[in-house]
Ligand binder design. Structure first.
Ligand SMILES: [Zn+2]
Length: 398
């Protein structure tokens, strides 16, 4: 499973029977086909408790019993699996100029994707209609045995998670102060908004259980530059809507170029793809804006002698070093189209390591991850619904 309800119950000292029921459900989810006997052995729980809680889960239609297998001793054993698609969320996220919607189940599996391309003139009305089209199509695809528990959005730009307002984004600048409350009422389903990078870090933490207990910094070095930070498995949010404005750290003395934020000399004016693209195009010809496509093109270029690219890498390393010294994460994950180029990745890594304080060189690890993690948006922006739902439904009834 992508998250542990049993772990949540343990941490908060829920009743032992709640913890055991959740452990059983999660063990069945992780090993489909397991039996009551195997659960009793692997979880070291009393056979009667296993029988009772499995019975509850079967009655609640969270677990399915399959045809019995005859064991060597001749006793039939019933393989168990979870009903994965009983609870569903709809995720809506953005890739370049596409708005994509899909179902996500509690295991993070994504299905029935639908995509709508929106041009740069899209305004609030057009955006609302596109969202309605996606959600209405998904609602038609839900069977009477399934429950929609929430609709999650992973969005670029500035959002207010609490008020559910999307204030601004540079992809569709005419979509402004878009409120999601009317859609919440219309579909009678809870809606949650996440910043893209926060949704990605949420999913990354869940997929890699070992980093759950660490402090992690995820950095996106792309068209814009942003970061998300998690403390022991929880994303750190700020009341201003976004935790980090890494891309708008003032990195250039004596003002520098104007930035999209209205200020001057920000990191993004030197190191972002937005700033570098005119230079790259002049030197290497036609290049796409889409980060996935751009990454493929940049992979094989040689940048060693390019002072503009070198300055971009140096400034990026300096900004990451500042973020490191403020937050002291255990793990730094960085992704972006430029990093698929091995010479750029190598140079950034060497610079970052050289800038680390001597006492912490062996305490932090820097990882470059596959930058195409857009599907993690879908998981990250809906996971909150599943966590909340499972905390309610996995409690023992007896
Ligand atoms: Zn700026």
């Amino acid at each position: 499973m992508l998250f542990s309800t049993a772990g949540y119950y343990k941490k908060r000292r829920y009743r032992q029977k709640d913890i055991e029921k959740a452990m059983i459900y999660e063990a069945i989810a992780d090993t489909p086909g397991t039996t009551r006997k195997q659960l009793h052995k692997s979880l070291k729980l009393r056979p009667n408790n296993v029988t009772d809680y499995v019975q509850e889960l079967v009655e609640e239609q969270l677990v399915i019993e399959h045809d019995p297998k005859i064991t060597k001793k001749g006793r039939p054993e019933i393989p168990l699996s979870i009903f994965e698609d009983k609870h569903l969320s709809i995720a809506v996220w953005v890739v370049s100029s596409e708005l994509i919607g899909a179902f996500v189940n509690s295991n993070g599996q994504i299905s029935k994707m639908k995509s709508i391309v929106l041009d740069s003139n899209t305004d609030n009305e057009v955006f609302k209609q596109a969202v309605k089209n996606i959600i209405e199509e998904k609602l038609m695809q839900i069977s009477k045995y399934q429950y929609l528990i929430g609709i999650g959005f992973s969005l670029p730009g500035i959002i207010n998670r609490k008020e559910k307002i999307w204030h601004f984004n540079s992809r569709w600048p005419s979509v402004k102060d878009f409120g999601f409350s009317s859609l919440e009422e219309l579909f009678n389903t809870p809606i949650a908004l996440e910043q893209i990078i926060d949704a990605e870090l949420t999913a990354l933490i869940s997929k890699t259980k070992k980093i759950n207990t660490k402090n992690n910094l995820l950095i996106h070095w792309g068209y814009g530059i942003g970061a998300s930070f998690s403390n022991k498995g929880d994303i750190v949010y700020s009341t201003a809507g976004s935790f980090s404005e890494l891309g708008h750290l003032k990195m250039v003395a004596n003002d520098g170029e104007y930035c999209t934020c209205g200020d001057r000399g920000c990191l993004e004016t030197v190191s972002s793809i937005r700033a570098l693209l005119p230079h790259l195009r002049k030197k290497y010809g036609i290049l796409p804006e889409n980060e996935n496509e751009l990454a493929e093109k940049l992979q094989d270029f040689t940048f060693q002698e390019d002072p503009i690219i070198n300055y971009a890498i140096d400034t990026m390393a300096e900004a990451v070093n500042i973020a490191y010294r403020i937050l002291f994460p255990d793990l730094i994950f960085i992704y972006g189209p430029l990093l698929l180029n091995s010479s750029i990745q190598k140079k950034l890594f060497e610079l970052l390591v050289s800038k680390l304080p001597s006492y912490s060189k062996d305490k932090v690890s820097i990882e470059f991850i596959d930058f195409n993690i857009s599907l993690m948006n879908a998981q990250g922006c809906t996971m909150g619904f599943f966590k909340k739902k499972f905390r309610e439904i996995l409690r023992a009834r007896h």
